[in-house]
Write a protein that binds this ligand. Sequence first.
Ligand code: ADP
Length: 477
Amino acid sequence: MTLHQNLIAGEWVGTDGVANVNPSNTNDVIGDYARASADDAKAAIAAAKAAFPAWSRSGILERHAILKKTADEIIARKDELGRLLSREEGKTLAEGIGETVRAGQIFEFFAGEALRLAGEVIPSVRPGIGIEITREPVGVVGIITPWNFPIAIPAWKVAPALCYGNTVVFKPAELVPGCSWAIVDILHRAGLPKGVLNLVMGKGSVVGQAMLDSPDVQAITFTGSVGTGKRVAAASVEHNRKFQLEMGGKNPFVVLDDADLSVAVEAAVNSAFFSTGQRCTASSRLIVTEGIHDRFVAAMGERMKGLVIDDALKAGTHIGPVVDQGQLNQDTDYIAIGQQEGAKLAFGGEVISRDTPGFYLEPALFTDATNQMRISREEIFGPVAAVIRVKDYDEALAVANDTPFGLSSGIATTSLKHATHFKRNAEAGMVMVNLPTAGVDFHVPFGGRKGSSYGSREQGKYAAEFYTTVKTAYTLA
Ligand code: ADP
């Protein structure tokens, strides 16, 4: 089987490979992917450091052309790359292709941004002096990504990092190296100079840690768990470096008495269960007012009966497998915890088998949950949601905000008054009205507040804040 190597200083290197296994069928090995060592990570950082002076001064047309070429190739290969994504991560083929197209669009967006770099010219308070405010690249950027969006998250970090003139050391999640390898290969062939983008696939505790410990990494952008995020933060403060964290969520979806029931159920099922619930924007707390509660629960049960849980690559599958055995254990542990805490497992929650060996779990819906239960407070990261019954809108809003997290927050209502109030008062970075809590556009800011995120926003024009540093220059005319 071909070994997919790491890219360091423009050379493909590495001999040891680890198998990348399909969670829909554990007999299916996608390929072997090299594991970088701490020394490889150090070599990658040195290469990125050496490449920085030239790349930071590269022409905007060169950056534009490379990012645009990458966008075009990703979109041209969307079916193949989408299939690779679904095969390594387990989301359905439609979701895999959709995510691939989004990655292409992100590269296209930042190809455009490279041509729109601009600053400000402002008069000084002192006559005869002019002030220029410009954005400069930060330096070597470390990129650490999780397994749940194998192509979109790498794209939304790598594209802006390169667009604004930074050089990169990129470490994808161990479970899904395939899509990351593919986009690095595309960028490399698109003409990136040696050392500008380095790929170091491998363990977080080894490769990621080497990035955290290096004084030569000037910024780290991280998406993953709260625990690792805290390590990134502590190490970054130590080195006085910029850092950006996207971590967990425990996103609420409020359903009010006046909601359109079918809109509420579609949004809730999508938020809670699509992509196997493995999205940081997934909704796991369905906060429902008492006038619609019973009708909502019954309609959810009906809708869930129609969900097809099967091989991610099969036509007709709505929900693919859980990503691996460890995550499946975590999901079933929480399903047991919810029952012990006194919530009622109303629908689903069984581990099921299909034609091929994989990690299949029926989506689980709890009712009679409270917001104090562990299943309502801790991120499960699987297709598990709990219905919390509340009296009215005011209680719903209070419960929605009563969480350590603050990524996304949704409401189903036909009341303009409640929708407006909720948009203003939800303690979250993103608010959705009559829409799922997950599913966001590629050209606008993404991120949260409270325990979910730290630092400036990702994506869209707002990405410039993280990937650049501001310079204010004064000139006596
Ligand atoms: P998840 O539970 O979603 O896998 P993690 O935070 O463990 O979340 O993983 C997210 C990313 O962080 C992965 O690429 C992983 O390899 C990396 N990572 C894990 N441990 C460390 C560490 N000590 N230092 C740096 N990166 C790490």
